[in-house]
Design a protein around this ligand. Structure first.
Ligand SMILES: [Zn+2]
Ligand SMILES: [Zn+2]
Length: 180
C-alpha cells in the first residue's frame, strides 16, 4: 500500500518511489514464482492524471522455478514493466469500467500487490525452462541429458534380433570370435 495523498490531484504532479518490499504471499504460477520472503525492488513513478494515478516503472524480483524439460529447480529474475492507471473513486474511468477491469485508488492509497500478482500471472511462462537450450531428459531412461551428454542413446532392438545381439555382444564383455 502506498499513500498518495501527498501527490495531490493536480494533473502533472509526479512522485517517484524506490523501495524494496518483502513478499509475504507466493506470487506466480505453479512452476515459477516469487517466493515468500523474497525482496521485490520497486522503481516506480506515480503521475497524477485527471482520471487517477498513472503508475509506471519496473519491479524486479528473484524467482524460483522448475524446468519443464529436465524437472530441475532453477533460480531466475523477474523484471516487470508497468504502465497502469489507478482510477480515482467517482472518476469517469471508474464509472465506465467493469469491476475488476481497472485498478483503483482507495482512500488515497494505492495497493500495488494486485498489480504485481496480475503481471506475474501474465508474464511468467507456463512452461518455464532452466535455460533456453535445456536438452531435457532421455525419453527412454530419464537421464539428465545435460549431464550424460547429447549423444546418449539406447539401442532399440527388435526382439527377434535380441538373441543374436546378445551372442555377438555378450554382457560379460568377452570376445565373440572363438565362441561362434
Ligand atoms: Zn532444464
Ligand atoms: Zn537414456
Amino acid at each position: 500500500m502506498f499513500e498518495i495523498r501527498s501527490l495531490g490531484r493536480g494533473p502533472g504532479r509526479m512522485k517517484t518511489l524506490h523501495r524494496t518490499v518483502d513478499v509475504t504471499n507466493r506470487i506466480g504460477l505453479d512452476l515459477i514464482a516469487i517466493e515468500p520472503g523474497a525482496e521485490v525492488e520497486l522503481d516506480l513513478k506515480f503521475q497524477s492524471v485527471s482520471e487517477g494515478v498513472l503508475v509506471t516503472g519496473t519491479a524486479t524480483a528473484p524467482t524460483k522455478g522448475e524446468c519443464v524439460r529436465c524437472l530441475e529447480p532453477f533460480d531466475g529474475t523477474a523484471e516487470f514493466e508497468f504502465l497502469e492507471l489507478f482510477a480515482y473513486p467517482n472518476s469517469t474511468t471508474e464509472a465506465t469500467t467493469e469491476e475488476g477491469e481497472v485498478y483503483h485508488v482507495e482512500d488515497d492509497h494505492i495497493d500495488l500487490e494486485p498489480l504485481v500478482v496480475d503481471t506475474a500471472g501474465l508474464e511468467f511462462p507456463l512452461q518455464p525452462v532452466c535455460r533456453p537450450d535445456c536438452p531435457g531428459l532421455c525419453t527412454e531412461c530419464g537421464a539428465l541429458l545435460a549431464i550424460v551428454g547429447l549423444d546418449h542413446s539406447h539401442e532399440i532392438l527388435d526382439p527377434r534380433w535380441a538373441g543374436l545381439a546378445a551372442k555377438l555382444n555378450p554382457p560379460d564383455g568377452e570376445g565373440t570370435a572363438d565362441q561362434l
